[in-house]
Design a protein around this ligand. Structure first.
Ligand code: AMP
Length: 121
Protein backbone atom coordinates (compact mmCIF):
# COMPACT_ATOMS: atom_id res chain seq x y z
CA UNK A 1 0.00 0.00 0.00
CA UNK A 2 1.43 3.47 -0.84
CA UNK A 3 2.38 5.61 2.11
CA UNK A 4 0.14 8.66 2.66
CA UNK A 5 1.63 11.90 1.34
CA UNK A 6 3.35 13.78 4.18
CA UNK A 7 2.00 17.12 5.35
CA UNK A 8 4.49 19.94 5.73
CA UNK A 9 2.87 20.80 9.10
CA UNK A 10 0.15 19.23 11.20
CA UNK A 11 -1.91 21.87 13.03
CA UNK A 12 -2.47 19.49 15.94
CA UNK A 13 1.19 18.54 16.37
CA UNK A 14 3.06 20.00 19.35
CA UNK A 15 6.43 19.83 17.57
CA UNK A 16 5.01 21.54 14.43
CA UNK A 17 3.82 24.29 16.80
CA UNK A 18 7.35 24.58 18.17
CA UNK A 19 8.71 24.82 14.59
CA UNK A 20 6.14 27.55 13.87
CA UNK A 21 7.11 29.47 17.04
CA UNK A 22 3.63 29.00 18.55
CA UNK A 23 5.07 27.07 21.52
CA UNK A 24 8.40 28.20 23.01
CA UNK A 25 11.44 25.97 23.15
CA UNK A 26 15.05 26.17 24.31
CA UNK A 27 16.69 25.99 20.91
CA UNK A 28 20.10 24.32 20.49
CA UNK A 29 20.40 24.33 16.68
CA UNK A 30 18.41 25.26 13.58
CA UNK A 31 18.85 25.10 9.84
CA UNK A 32 16.52 24.94 6.82
CA UNK A 33 15.27 21.45 7.52
CA UNK A 34 16.17 20.58 11.13
CA UNK A 35 15.43 22.03 14.56
CA UNK A 36 17.05 20.90 17.81
CA UNK A 37 15.72 21.89 21.22
CA UNK A 38 16.15 20.79 24.82
CA UNK A 39 13.65 18.21 26.10
CA UNK A 40 11.18 19.68 28.56
CA UNK A 41 11.58 16.65 30.88
CA UNK A 42 15.24 15.67 30.51
CA UNK A 43 16.49 12.18 31.37
CA UNK A 44 20.12 13.27 31.36
CA UNK A 45 22.14 16.45 32.11
CA UNK A 46 22.00 17.19 28.37
CA UNK A 47 18.90 15.93 26.54
CA UNK A 48 17.95 17.38 23.18
CA UNK A 49 15.48 16.39 20.49
CA UNK A 50 16.50 16.55 16.83
CA UNK A 51 13.44 16.98 14.60
CA UNK A 52 12.76 17.59 10.92
CA UNK A 53 10.85 20.84 10.43
CA UNK A 54 8.45 19.14 8.01
CA UNK A 55 5.91 16.91 9.69
CA UNK A 56 6.78 13.22 9.49
CA UNK A 57 4.80 11.23 12.04
CA UNK A 58 7.42 8.61 12.86
CA UNK A 59 10.37 6.60 11.63
CA UNK A 60 7.82 4.13 10.26
CA UNK A 61 6.72 6.82 7.79
CA UNK A 62 10.02 7.52 6.09
CA UNK A 63 11.01 6.33 2.64
CA UNK A 64 14.13 6.47 0.48
CA UNK A 65 13.46 10.16 -0.17
CA UNK A 66 14.27 10.76 3.52
CA UNK A 67 17.65 9.02 3.52
CA UNK A 68 19.62 12.26 3.37
CA UNK A 69 17.48 13.88 6.08
CA UNK A 70 17.96 10.90 8.41
CA UNK A 71 21.67 10.96 7.74
CA UNK A 72 21.80 14.63 8.64
CA UNK A 73 19.86 14.03 11.89
CA UNK A 74 22.31 11.36 12.99
CA UNK A 75 25.37 13.23 11.78
CA UNK A 76 24.39 16.30 13.78
CA UNK A 77 24.40 14.41 17.09
CA UNK A 78 28.18 14.23 17.75
CA UNK A 79 28.69 17.84 16.71
CA UNK A 80 25.90 19.06 18.97
CA UNK A 81 27.08 17.01 21.93
CA UNK A 82 30.57 18.48 21.61
CA UNK A 83 29.09 21.99 21.44
CA UNK A 84 26.96 21.29 24.50
CA UNK A 85 29.96 20.11 26.52
CA UNK A 86 29.38 16.35 26.31
CA UNK A 87 32.74 14.67 25.85
CA UNK A 88 32.32 11.19 27.30
CA UNK A 89 29.66 9.54 25.15
CA UNK A 90 25.95 9.93 24.56
CA UNK A 91 22.80 7.95 23.75
CA UNK A 92 20.63 8.36 20.66
CA UNK A 93 17.08 7.04 20.74
CA UNK A 94 14.18 7.07 18.28
CA UNK A 95 10.92 5.76 19.74
CA UNK A 96 8.59 4.61 16.98
CA UNK A 97 4.85 3.99 17.21
CA UNK A 98 2.73 2.72 20.06
CA UNK A 99 4.77 -0.34 20.96
CA UNK A 100 7.91 1.76 20.56
CA UNK A 101 6.58 4.07 23.31
CA UNK A 102 6.48 7.13 21.02
CA UNK A 103 4.51 9.87 22.79
CA UNK A 104 4.79 12.73 20.31
CA UNK A 105 3.82 11.70 16.76
CA UNK A 106 6.40 13.84 14.97
CA UNK A 107 9.69 12.11 14.11
CA UNK A 108 12.36 13.00 16.66
CA UNK A 109 15.69 11.65 17.80
CA UNK A 110 16.59 11.95 21.47
CA UNK A 111 20.26 12.70 22.08
CA UNK A 112 21.31 12.38 25.72
CA UNK A 113 24.62 12.81 27.46
CA UNK A 114 26.47 14.19 30.44
CA UNK A 115 27.81 12.65 33.63
CA UNK A 116 25.80 9.86 35.27
CA UNK A 117 23.67 9.12 37.22
CA UNK A 118 20.81 10.19 34.95
CA UNK A 119 17.16 10.62 35.93
CA UNK A 120 16.26 7.83 33.46
CA UNK A 121 17.82 5.82 30.67
P1 AMP B 1 8.82 10.21 22.82
O1 AMP B 1 8.33 9.39 23.96
O2 AMP B 1 10.01 9.59 22.12
O3 AMP B 1 7.71 10.57 21.85
O4 AMP B 1 9.38 11.54 23.45
C1 AMP B 1 8.74 12.77 23.40
C2 AMP B 1 9.59 13.72 24.19
O5 AMP B 1 9.14 15.03 23.92
C3 AMP B 1 9.52 13.53 25.70
O6 AMP B 1 10.83 13.27 26.20
C4 AMP B 1 8.96 14.85 26.21
O7 AMP B 1 9.52 15.25 27.43
C5 AMP B 1 9.31 15.80 25.08
N1 AMP B 1 8.44 16.96 24.94
C6 AMP B 1 7.10 16.98 24.87
N2 AMP B 1 6.64 18.24 24.73
C7 AMP B 1 7.73 19.04 24.70
C8 AMP B 1 7.94 20.45 24.60
N3 AMP B 1 6.90 21.31 24.49
N4 AMP B 1 9.20 20.92 24.62
C9 AMP B 1 10.25 20.07 24.75
N5 AMP B 1 10.12 18.74 24.86
C10 AMP B 1 8.89 18.22 24.84
Amino acid sequence: MPRPKPMSADPNCVFCKIVAGQIPCRKAYEDDELLVFHDIAPWAPVHVLVIPKRHIASLADVGPEHDALLGRMLGLAPRLMRELGVHDGFRTLVNTGRDGMQEVPHLHMHVMGGPRPWARG
